[in-house]
Design a protein around this ligand. Structure first.
Ligand SMILES: [Zn+2]
Length: 277
């Protein structure tokens, strides 16, 4: 079991809207980089994160732009899904509700039939629960943990050499949303199981080291963000079936979540036994 979060103060402000989430992603990535070994960090220092405008696809990826400069990207749909997972999970923790289950029951059929956005629909969280400050703060923590796992994995693809373009060069601003879709189709290598598992392993250790370093002053990140993300995709996988024709890009480009969850847990356990405290 991951360590439970201790009492946290002060309360974190609500994360609301795409721009707030984009800023949060960039700040989480910067924090993750500061807890890599210096020679590793140097390869990805200042790496830009771009946001693809697709509101319905839930995806994150690492790639190289036309000039061979590394970047990472998430879709707007990913940010909406993180928000929905974090809002519902936080509500359930604070109020003992079942809003995550209600959200998944609503969203899984929509996503696998390619018929809509993963954004949290009105009505899942009761109006009297919505404005609770503890709920907002907890949702902010959980969103950060999901983002840390996801981008920690994509960052690892770069510093482990899987993309081949992260060599410590000066970084640009990253591709524009308009060009990202084309880049995604072209630069993302075919699904590669050893690379995926390697990125999970390195990414989780990076998240745990960052979580350990930040526990004195703020919420300690654990592998929990990974478990939350993989639960979300695991439900989609079970509903859609595992197929190269899956409507979900994420499921076509990453291993089955059912295999990734035990790996994430084992990596975290090994890390904690090697880094007691
Ligand atoms: Zn990957």
């Amino acid at each position: 079991m991951p360590p439970q979060p201790g009492p946290v103060s002060p309360l974190l402000p609500p994360l609301y809207g795409s721009l707030a989430y984009q800023a949060e992603v960039r700040s989480v990535v910067a924090e993750l980089i500061t807890h890599l070994q210096p020679s590793v960090a140097q390869r990805v220092q200042g790496i830009p994160v771009s946001f693809e405008s697709d509101p319905n696809d839930v995806n994150a990826f690492a790639g190289c732009d036309d000039s061979g400069t590394p970047f990472m990207a998430t879709t707007e749909g990913f940010l909406s899904a993180v928000d929905a997972m974090a809002q519902t999970r936080a509500t359930d923790e604070v109020f003992g509700t079942q809003t995550y289950e209600a959200y998944m029951a609503y969203v899984v059929p929509r996503l696998i039939n390619d018929k809509g956005s993963p954004a949290l629909p009105p009505g899942i969280i009761a109006p009297q629960h919505w404005p609770d400050l503890r709920r907002f703060s907890r949702a902010h923590q959980l969103a950060d943990e999901i983002i840390a796992f996801t981008l920690g994995h994509e960052l690892a693809h770069h510093y482990l050499g899987h993309t081949g373009c992260a060599n410590g060069q000066a970084m640009g601003g990253g591709p524009s949303p308009a060009t990202l879709g084309n880049l995604f189709a072209r630069v993302i290598p075919a699904f590669n199981q050893p690379n995926e598992l390697g990125a999970d392993n390195a990414g989780v250790m990076n998240v745990l080291a960052t979580g350990r370093a930040r526990q004195a002053t703020s919420y300690r990140w654990t592998e929990r963000g990974g478990i939350m993300l993989l639960d979300f995709f695991g439900r989609l996988e079970r509903a859609a079936g595992s197929s190269p024709l899956s409507p979900m890009t994420f499921l076509r480009t990453h291993p089955n979540p059912a295999f990734r969850i035990p790996l994430v847990q084992a990596t975290a356990q090994a890390w904690r036994s090697q880094n007691p405290g």
